[in-house]
Design a protein around this ligand. Structure first.
Ligand code: SF4
Length: 67
């Protein structure tokens, strides 16, 4: 990720998101393969942005690494 050269930490907003929450490098060859490979599914994205944020926020908590 060009703006996250050492990787993007969990719970950190991607710096490539624009003001409309769209990927600013979507068509660029610099877009990470992991992003390219992601396919939106109902269990991850729900039926709305709000549902997606709720699901992803829960997953962030459940998978957080504690030191
Ligand atoms: S697709 Fe990848 S690079 Fe683009 S905004 Fe989402 S996480 Fe960032």
């Amino acid at each position: 990720m060009p703006l996250h050269p050492f990787g993007k930490a969990a719970a950190v907003r991607c710096l490539h998101l624009d003001d409309e929450n769209k990927c600013a490098i979507f068509l660029s060859p610099e877009r990470p393969r992991v992003c390219e490979g992601f396919k939106a599914t109902l269990d991850v994205c729900g039926n709305s942005r709000a549902e997606a944020m709720a699901i992803l926020s829960e997953w962030e908590i459940l998978t957080a690494v504690t030191k």
